[in-house]
Write a protein that binds this ligand. Sequence first.
Ligand code: GUN
Length: 295
Amino acid sequence: MTKLINGKEIAKNLRNTLKKEIDNLKSKTGKVPGLAVVQVGEVAASNVYVKAKTKSAKEVGFEVIDHHLIEQTSEEELLQLVMNLNKQENVNGILVQLPLPDHINEQVILDSIHPDKDADGFHPLNVGKLSIASHNDQNLLIPCTPYGCIIMLKSLEINLSGKNAVVIGRSNIVGKPMAQLLLKESCTVTIAHSKTQNLEEVCQNADIVVAAVGRPEMVKGSWIKKGAVVIDVGINRIEANIKGENKNKLVGDVDFKEAEKNASAITPVPGGVGPMTIACLLRNTTVAFKNKQKS
Ligand code: GUN
């Protein structure tokens, strides 16, 4: 039987654990973690994600400082806001939702977030720390989506050490940090991308496939080795004919129906990686809060 990896459930458990921890911290310090959520413009997907992140943060007991700026906001104005948030005592984590409008250099903004308040783990210092820190370092701020994928893999209680893991996609947000985290688990890691030759063959060799390409159902069922674990990071909105009507439907980067036949465990879309990303954002902000109390 193929196991469906229930990201919704695992994320709920993580949020419950965090809530207890935050209640505890509140009674000890009189403070709760503060998360600044910054969005520029009106990208439809970002509106959905930011709303979900804000709601979850409030539910676990965070203070949320919301900054929704207009599309025409200049890079300088956004930099100024980040600088102010860097200084604010009650702000422990800063999240700048990506993508930003084309006239703003994303890397300039990500670099300006104080590394101790980097709720996404995208600052170069945290990217570097992720690559060199020890396996058990609990203080790291780790990119949320790949961290969520690792928690789901660990929930399977299989031995990850020595497994062939193939990550499809080399983005800074998912692919590259995912590879680092799998390496920490002693997997043998291959990062595949749009120029990879014989991608199908590369995948067929994998014990673990993490698909993060942003192309609907690109990974076919026949690419999945019998017994492999499949983590589908893709969230793609496609038009589908459902009972004679054209409707929008969410699908992953993996052809779920076919891949499920070969996989030993697989994440669904929706209800897989998505909820984990949000829970890990809350985890990072809690870590940033605790790190500050220690210093
Ligand atoms: N856009 C898509 N995924 C993410 C994410 O994890 N963090 C931020 N800040 N923006 C995103």
